[in-house]
Design a protein around this ligand. Structure first.
Ligand SMILES: Nc1nc2c(ncn2[C@@H]2O[C@H](COP(=O)(O)OP(=O)(O)OP(=O)(O)O)[C@@H](O)[C@H]2O)c(=O)[nH]1
Ligand SMILES: [Mg+2]
Length: 331
């Protein structure tokens, strides 16, 4: 699957139908008045958030979306049929911008959140609408209004409460697999994960949260190296970052520093988020000598083995606590 999280599309609402000029012509009715109906209004374009969609891929292949026009009015004062609204489903977490005005139109977070992005044109008035005591047979009708057009930028920012960060190969996807229903690929080489994955983590009946795994970050990420940087937007909305450190490599401390630096270069908001530091792969013999240093540097850190399922329960409890601390304080 291709993970598409930014697209530009054009939307056009339907035009209103024209008003009609017509007169009543009936047998034995000598002076039938004006009887031209109004045009129907054009359909609007509406975006609606849907949980079924995971990416903006549908908009990668098709960029133009046009709602249908209203039908013209007709005789016997019949109003034209309105154009149907065009409803476009987008994934939850889609941010909608007007490209020309650079204006934020909506942030569609929850299932069913919607925004009208182009309003259909109103139908024109038929001549029946212009009848007055002084003007009994108006030969006048108005055209329908044009539907609005807009160029939009859709940007997906996944909705997760917890974001996993770390060097490639740190074990992020292994952890997500171990604690959630998500099944990201795991392999012993860097950049296994090519796009973000979300998983629902269930501690028990009442307590659950969504965790996001993004591609690993490396030095120079802010300048375009590697893959992960472009995906940092998907952890922007999280409340807590879980920073995974592979304890089986000797330079784990400098790797930690590198990632913090890259996050800082991305945004102040991200670097200021609460972070839980997690040393992982503690089942490996190479990790043993690094444990002490890790615990000294990160007295509040956690140690786990996602592979051997060691320390996972404790980690989830700590994540839960942090999530709720932040619920009561400022977000
Ligand atoms: N021994 C041991 N191996 C682990 C552990 N966690 C992950 N691994 C291994 O480390 C390798 C990388 O794991 P991934 O989960 O793919 O790492 P990642 O951080 O998602 O990597 P990228 O997607 O490339 O950024 C795999 O071979 C895993 O089996 C662990 O706790 N112990
Ligand atoms: Mg991965």
């Amino acid at each position: 699957m291709k993970f598409i999280d930014q697209v530009i599309i054009e939307v056009r609402a339907g035009n209103g139908g024209a008003g009609c000029i017509a007169f009543r012509r009936e047998k034995y009715v000598p002076r039938g008045g004006p009887a031209g109906g109004d045009g129907g209004s054009g359909g609007s374009v509406i975006l609606v958030a849907s949980r079924r969609l995971k990416t903006l891929i549908d908009f990668h292949y098709k960029h133009h979306f046009v709602a249908s026009n209203g039908r013209p009015g007709s005789s016997k004062c019949k109003t034209g049929k309105s154009g149907k609204d065009l409803i476009l489903a987008v994934p939850c977490g889609t941010v909608v911008w007007d490209v020309s005005g650079k204006e934020l139109l909506a942030d569609l977070v929850k299932e069913g959140d919607s925004v009208l992005v182009a309003r259909g044109g109103k139908g024109g008035k038929g001549n029946a609408a212009f009848k007055s005591s002084t003007r009994q047979s108006p030969r006048l009708a108005t055209p329908g209004e044009l539907g609005e057009s807009r160029r939009l930028r859709l940007e997906l920012k996944l909705i997760a409460e917890v974001g996993l960060l770390g060097y490639p190969n740190a074990g992020k996807s292994t952890l997500l697999r171990a604690v959630s229903d998500a099944r990201p690929k795991v392999a012993a080489y860097p950049f296994t994960t090519l796009y973000p994955h979300l998983g629902v983590v269930r501690l028990d009946e009442e307590r659950q949260f969504i965790m996001a795994d993004i591609p690993g970050l490396i030095e120079g990420a802010a300048a375009g190296c590697g893959l992960g940087y472009a995906f940092l937007r998907h952890v922007e909305r999280t409340k807590v970052l879980v920073h995974l450190i592979d304890l089986s490599v000797s330079d784990f401390l400098s790797r930690y520093g590198i990632i913090r630096k890259e996050i800082a270069a991305y945004s102040k908001k991200l670097i200021d988020k609460p972070e839980i530091v997690v040393g992982t792969k503690i089942d490996l013999p190479e990790s043993q000598e690094n444990l002490e240093v890790f615990c000294r540097y990160f007295p509040d850190g956690c140690i786990i083995s996602a592979l051997e399922r060691i320390g996972l329960r404790e980690l989830l409890e700590i994540i839960w606590q942090k999530l709720n601390q932040n619920n009561t304080g400022k977000k």
